[in-house]
Design a protein around this ligand. Structure first.
Ligand code: ADP
Ligand code: ZN
Length: 613
């Protein structure tokens, strides 16, 4: 390979400023492309280091690096992180005071700013674009570029106007980055952002540090199950997604009631409350936030150890992006999803009610079904996700719940026939609970017509749990369908041809035995232990790690920044393992660049030496 001078100088900046030894994955390729003055589209997995792909070229190329980012919280975080590294970075957003804005514009005018973060609407509205158009730019980076696509799940109409940047800055390389984009979304990004000729970098979607798990909701209730999961994971930072504002509040209250430091976060809260909660979440090592997906893209917190979906996401893209917020520091983390047949019914109903073209609806329905096929599937979840994103067949991950404890399936064709027949006779007028009661012959205040049906009590030899799980299966298989009926869903027969095949015994129905409660609790425990940052560390290392964290917390409070912008857990852990005795050795730890060495080197060495006797 030829010696590539620009990439070498980029590597130098990577080491000196960011403290990382070498580029990862496709970073070097993307950086090289932008340094050569060419536009590019980069799809790198969450935690893959997308931001360095534009930060480093912005530091090397003359002029200002302009970064378009959709969320203020995310910008604030990145800017704070860059300032810690000694990089001249600022943001112009609706939160800035007029003094701050003036100061920023002054620095732009003087050419002393390396990176400027702006929101899409801030950039395209008013005079900002014009004022920037006569400044020399190093590059324009468009973060979360999938927001431009209506096929995606985060479509933001204001992103569409970013196509104009091609005309305003014809000679400036533009870099679109995202963590999730299937082929169709990538095509949309190219068209909308006018990146037709740009090189494309698509990294593997593998996230080996993520341990995936999904389970059907049971009669225990999703909130009770979430509580179990959270309580089995004390002292960890976690994100919990819930489907509505109301359930977000309820779940946060429930968790707070059992002593978990949980905060609700959703668009219905007052802006100040929201900002305060977000800050607390980012600042604490062990906070839990219960959010609607509105909270989505703002989270750059690297040490989130688990993401739990109390309600399932909308598509595999959304799943991967949301689950992907765990373990951004590359340390083991978990993604746990609860889902049910009613959730699917609701999703389909919502899509149907949207005011979009039939074609878009069709795509969205397919996407919803693909998500449930993955969640309710029988083979490795990581493989299913990566195939979805177009990766060639990949090895099973060996650590998701389906890889580690494949579910046992058994034939349930006979009881399925009974259930289908009961639903048929009940004429689709009742919900799931009533159908189960009917099969058991336990319906309260039963009407005469019902008690006289041949299916009444026909399944008394099975438990309610078994019947419920069978009905779930029939719903997922499309043999039954659920009408949402404004929150009181009714069960009716599904695809007639398939139902007929089951009646005739031409099609088998298989159900999975759900893991018994004892088994689940054991697994929770194991997963918790496996994903700890200190899973396999000696007591000495653990003690030093905790001491370093305590020092970091003090620093963070002093400067009012989140702890992780000072050092990541991963860096502290490496320091605790290496126990450097001088600045040279400390500087060799990944994540310790020159700026941080100057600022914190002496203090860290003191913590490593420990209290002097
Ligand atoms: P994302 O792709 O999700 O935006 P970030 O750019 O936030 O990811 O990077 C995720 C983490 O990985 C950050 O802590 C960053 O410092 C770290 N990182 C990025 N590139 C490298 C690298 N080449 N070597 C080591 N760590 C890196
Ligand atoms: Zn697997």
């Amino acid at each position: 390979m030829a010696f590539d001078a620009p990439v070498e100088s980029a590597r130098e900046v990577l080491r000196r400023t960011f403290g990382h030894q070498d580029f990862r994955g496709l970073q070097a390729g993307v950086v090289g492309e932008v340094l050569a003055g060419r536009s590019a589209l980069a799809v790198l997995p969450t935690g893959g280091g997308k931001s360095l792909c534009y930060q480093i070229p912005a530091l090397i190329r003359p002029g200002l690096g302009l970064v378009v980012s959709p969320l203020i919280a995310l910008m604030a975080d990145q800017v704070a992180g860059l300032q810690q590294l000694g990089v001249a970075a600022a943001r112009l957003d609706s939160n800035a005071t007029s003094d701050e804005r003036q100061a920023t514009w002054r620095r732009i005018g003087e050419g002393t700013l390396d990176l400027l973060y702006v929101s899409p609407e801030g950039l395209m509205a008013g005079a900002m674009l014009e004022r920037l158009s006569n400044r020399p730019l190093a590059l324009v980076a468009i973060d979360e570029a999938h927001c431009v696509s209506q096929w995606g799940h985060d479509f933001r109409p204001e992103y569409r106007s970013l196509g104009r940047l091609a005309e305003v800055f014809p000679a400036v390389p533009r870099l679109a980055v995202t963590a999730t984009a299937d082929a169709r979304t990538r095509e949309d990004i190219r068209t909308e952002l006018r990146l037709q000729g740009a090189a494309e970098f698509v990294d593997s979607f593998a996230r080996p540090e993520l341990q995936l798990q999904a389970e059907r909701k049971t009669s225990v209730g999703a909130h009770a199950r979430v509580q179990q999961l959270v309580q089995a994971r004390p002292d960890r930072a976690g994100v919990i997604y819930a489907g509505s504002r109301k359930s977000t509040d309820e779940l946060a209250d429930r968790l707070a009631g059992v002593g978990v430091p949980a905060l609700a976060y959703h668009a219905g809260l007052d802006k100040r409350v929201r900002e305060d909660r977000l800050k607390r979440f980012l600042d604490e090592d062990e906070a839990v936030i219960v959010a609607t997906i509105a909270f989505g893209m703002g989270i750059d917190k690297p040490d989130v150890r688990y993401v739990i979906h109390a309600d399932p996401p909308a598509s595999v893209e959304a799943y991967w992006q949301e689950v992907g917020r765990a373990g951004r520091d590359g340390q083991p983390a978990e993604g746990i999803t609860l889902y049910g047949a009613s959730d699917l019914a609701w999703a389909l109903r919502r899509i149907d009610e949207r005011e979009v073209s039939a074609e878009v609806k069709q795509v969205q329905v397919r996407k919803a079904r693909q998500l449930y096929a993955m969640l309710d599937g029988l083979a490795c979840r990581a493989v299913a996700v990566r195939r979805y994103f177009g990766e060639e067949v990949v090895e099973p991950c060996g650590q998701c719940d389906l890889c580690t404890s494949p579910p046992e399936a058994h034939d349930a064709t006979k009881p399925a026939q009974m259930a289908l027949s009961a639903v048929h006779r009940l004429g689709g007028r009742f919900g799931r609970g009533r159908v189960v009661d009917h099969l058991l012959g336990k319906t309260r205040d039963v009407q005469l017509f019902e008690a006289q049906l041949s299916t009444f009590g026909v399944g008394a030899d099975r438990s309610a749990v078994e019947w419920r799980s069978l009905l779930d299966q029939l719903l997922f298989d499309g043999l039954l369908r659920e009408e949402p009926n404004d929150g009181r869903p009714l069960v009716a027969l599904g695809d007639p041809a398939a139902v007929r095949e089951v009646y005739r015994g031409e099609r088998k129905v298989e159900v999975r035995a759900p893991a018994p409660r004892r088994e689940r609790v054991r697994r929770d425990r194991q997963d918790y232990e496996r994903t700890g940052p200190l899973a396999a560390e000696s007591p000495q290392t653990s003690a030093l790690f905790e001491a370093l964290r305590a020092w970091r917390k003090g620093q963070a409070q002093l400067q009012s920044v989140p702890p992780y912008v000072i050092f990541h857990d991963k860096t502290l852990l490496e320091i605790a393992q290496v126990r450097p005795s001088d600045l040279g050795r400390l500087g060799a730890v990944s994540g310790v660049g020159q700026g941080k060495l100057d600022r914190y080197g002496a203090a860290v060495l003191e913590v490593v030496r420990g209290p002097s006797e």
